[in-house]
Design a binder for this molecule. Structure first.
Ligand SMILES: [Zn+2]
Length: 109
């Protein structure tokens, strides 16, 4: 019962995270577009606004992921780990399709 809950809840969070991810991506590419193709002969410096938008969108993406993309049971972010008992595991990045939570072992898929 607990396992089914974690799968359902995590997939819901995953969907929500990706849905919020889309406008961030749009803003990121919009900023890049404004930076490259924005008018140069006006008072507004599009390069500055483009850069600002670009970094804001990257920050927003991180915030979205770090706040939503979490295991429903232990509330940690599923990270990709690599290594063995000999080398020790280290964090490599966020796992975008985790089967089980690396921290508590709850089923996520
Ligand atoms: Zn967990």
């Amino acid at each position: 019962m607990k396992e089914i809950y974690s799968v359902k809840e995590f997939q819901k969070r995953r969907k929500r995270a990706f849905k919020l991810f889309l406008p961030c991506l749009t803003l990121m590419f919009g900023s890049l577009f404004a930076m490259i193709f924005g008018p140069r002969d006006v008072e507004i410096d599009w390069v500055v606004y483009g850069l600002a938008g670009f970094f804001v969108s990257i920050g927003a993406q991180l915030v979205v992921f770090l706040s939503i993309y979490r295991c429903p049971l232990c509330n940690t972010i599923p990270m990709l780990t690599e290594g063995s008992i000999l080398t020790g595991s280290y964090e490599k990045g966020i796992d975008l399709a985790p089967k089980v939570c690396p921290t508590c072992g709850a089923r996520l898929k």
